[in-house]
Ligand binder design. Structure first.
Ligand code: SF4
Length: 399
């Protein structure tokens, strides 16, 4: 398994697979060809169906603003991955080049779907059961296990991740108005934060704060701002909500940073053994993975052991199974923003349950639920996987 760094990628929202991934593909093209005359970019399937709402076309045009660019949308040609994009380039000497990329989720782009470059594999273990065994034998926490495998810059990397997340939340909490796009969705993070001080509310003040923080990050994402994938842009509000929960409970920053690395390990296991792409697995793969990571973060930061972390992460993912991806008009707004707030609370509730239920009595393990999520995702009809063809996306909104 490779480094956990690609679970936390910094980039522009609103979608890691539809915005950051294609943006990285353009970077590769610009690096490889210095003599471009014109470029035609073809977006396939999910990228074609929701690319406009997810700002795929905008990021490509922005990055290629110095060239003659044409964007085509092809929803009929089957591709081995639903997020495929082709670059047909004419160079200044009139020679032609064709390159295809797959944006496989969480901002990662590959040219070959089966390409697993062994030299980048820094973890020998590929599932949580094996990792827990090693940790047990060597008396390691999951945090120590991660630290023992990653390069020495990992602590600086995760510090920067937390800094960018905090900046993102801060911008979100201080901005009001309407989000971009034709849905005319009003930002609510600031209002939620103010409302948390009111006595007229259901639930605890802390719940309201957690939701406000999750909204803040998600609204920044929806507006195309700089966010951190965790593990994707669409689900990037869950972890900031969980971090706020820990701060409200006076947990030290050092423990939060450690917990983020453990959360990264959980996200990486899901990305390696299943998917974090809504176009492949539905929203369970994005928001379910985020809740599972959030549970790992909280349990580690609160001082629970490896088995309890695994149990809470399993619970959070198990109860996300079947969740569809059907954003209205292709915007990462409805149901996405509200869903981040609800699933930040789900991560906390999963921890609350795991903290009191004896691990030995648990019949389901994390690795099995990851596989179940993947199989469920494959079985979901295409219309429920980031195509805006079915489910909630069929609801007509008064704009
Ligand atoms: S519904 Fe879920 S998976 Fe789909 S775009 Fe929204 S957050 Fe991402």
């Amino acid at each position: 398994m490779e480094s956990i760094k690609d679970i936390f990628i910094i980039g522009n929202g609103p979608s890691s697979s539809h915005t950051i991934g294609p943006s990285f593909a353009v970077d590769i093209i610009l690096k490889d060809y210095k003599n471009i005359k014109s470029i035609k970019v073809t977006l396939y399937n999910s990228l074609a169906l929701t690319g406009r709402g997810h700002l795929t076309d905008k990021i490509i045009k922005d990055k290629l603003k110095n060239f003659d660019v044409e964007i085509d949308y092809d929803i009929n040609t089957a591709t081995p991955h639903p997020n495929a994009l082709d670059f047909d380039i004419v160079l200044t000497d009139e020679s032609k080049v064709h390159r295809r990329f797959y944006s496989i989720g969480g901002g990662t782009v590959v040219e070959k779907l089966s390409s697993t470059c062994k030299k980048n594999h820094i973890y020998k273990e590929n599932n949580l059961e094996d990792i827990l065994k090693i940790c047990h034998e060597q008396n390691l926490s999951l945090y120590q296990y991660v630290l023992g495998h990653e390069n020495e810059d990992i602590l600086d990397y995760i510090k920067n991740v937390l800094k960018v997340m905090d900046e993102c939340v801060s911008r979100g909490l201080n901005t009001s108005g309407i989000l971009p796009g034709k849905l005319k969705v009003e930002r609510k993070a600031k209002y939620l934060l103010e409302n948390s001080k009111s006595t007229i509310r259901i639930g605890t003040k802390n719940d309201q704060m957690v939701m406000a923080y999750a909204y803040a990050a998600s609204e920044e994402n929806a507006s195309g701002g700089i966010v951190v994938t965790a593990p994707t842009c669409g689900s990037s509000g869950v972890i900031p909500g969980c971090i706020e929960y820990l701060r409200l409970n006076n947990i030290k920053e050092e423990k939060i940073l450690e917990g983020l690395l453990v959360a990264g390990l959980i996200g990486k296991l899901i990305k390696t053994n299943a998917t974090v792409s809504g176009a492949v697995g539905g929203c369970q793969a994005e928001i379910g993975s985020a809740a599972s990571m959030g549970a790992a973060l909280i349990m580690h930061a609160l001082g629970y052991d490896n088995e309890k972390i695994a149990q809470a992460s399993e619970i959070a993912l198990e109860h996300s199974l079947g969740l569809t991806c059907d954003p209205i008009e292709g915007y990462v707004q409805i149901p996405c923003i509200e869903r981040n707030a609800i699933f930040a609370l789900k991560a906390i509730n999963s921890c609350s349950l795991a903290a009191v239920i004896n691990c030995e009595t648990s019949k389901i393990n994390f690795d099995d639920i990851v596989q179940t999520m993947f199989e469920t995702g494959k079985d979901l009809q295409k219309g429920y996987k980031e195509t805006s063809k079915k489910g909630m996306s069929k609801i007509k909104i008064e704009c």
